[in-house]
Design a protein around this ligand. Structure first.
Ligand code: 13P
Length: 257
């Protein structure tokens, strides 16, 4: 039985003060959290503040993640942050290959792959994002686009054991920040297809263990039917993760699955 994951992607929002206030507001709202894993991915600058605030709240079960990393451990790479640096701050997770990075920052399947390998080698859990654009969906090539991103993102040197540790986030680009979420059926179709691809590449044991999330305009009022799909193992939440109330409601819905 896969434990669902609800992950917050704050993108480029919040300075340290509001980040700490969010944690102080969130923790009492969550109560017991059996049956769901929660991860918060703030901007790099807020990671220490979020980690300390969780600690101060007595909260040990919520993971802290970054939104990107560089694949080298150190070097002359101005502006970059490495996996050991993220570990040093207490990160357990890292988002890799988000469509905003692919679109605005030249991220490719090759660089995604390097980042996934670096995360795994350093004990970070990758939240590996993929998904099709609206044009690709309209052209009827959604599944092949997602299969390609999955295949090349995980290429070279990922063992079955490492693959089983991955979290994958299916985020159709047209659903991100638009208020138009994929239907539960659309999400299930692509996510069950991705699980099938994992089965072909790594075998059924790995495919059954990998958590595959849906992301794109997830809100408290649409998470229920999405989580009811058998292959959907949680959500990567953007806008609705910025307020403790809405994020807690989404966590609660996942827990009740
Ligand atoms: P929204 O929930 O704001 O659509 O963002 C989704 C997303 O990109 C999460 O990574």
């Amino acid at each position: 039985m896969r434990v669902p994951v609800i992950a917050a992607n704050w993108k480029m929002y919040k300075t340290t003060g509001p980040a700490v206030e969010f944690v102080q507001d969130l923790v009492p709202r969550l109560g017991g959290r059996e049956g769901v894993e929660v991860v918060i991915c703030p901007p790099f600058t807020c990671i220490p503040a979020v980690a300390s605030a969780l600690f101060a709240e007595g909260e040990r079960g919520i993971g802290v993640g970054a939104q990107n990393l560089h694949w080298e451990k150190e070097g002359a790479f101005t502006g970059e942050v490495s996996a050991p640096m993220l570990r040093d701050l207490g990160c357990s997770h890292v988002i890799i290959g988000h469509s905003e990075r692919r679109l605005y920052f030249g991220e490719t399947d090759l660089t995604v792959n390097r980042r996934v390998l670096a995360a795994l080698a350093n004990g970070l859990t990758p939240i590996f994002c993929l998904g099709e654009t609206l044009e690709e969906r309209r052209a009827g090539i959604t599944l092949s686009v997602c299969a390609t991103q999955l295949h090349f993102g995980l290429e070279e040197g990922i063992s079955a054991e490492e693959a089983a540790r991955l979290i994958i986030a299916y985020e159709p680009v047209w659903a991100i920040g638009t208020g138009v979420n994929a239907t539960p059926g659309d999400a299930e179709e692509v996510i069950s297809f991705l699980r099938g691809q994992l089965m072909k590449e790594y075998g059924s044991e790995v495919a059954e263990r990998v958590r595959i999330l849906y992301g794109g305009s997830v809100k408290p009022d649409n998470i229920g039917p999405i989580m009811a799909q058998p292959n959907v193992d949680g959500a990567l939440v953007g806008g609705a993760s910025l307020q403790a109330e809405s994020f807690a409601a989404i966590v609660d819905a996942a827990r009740k699955r």
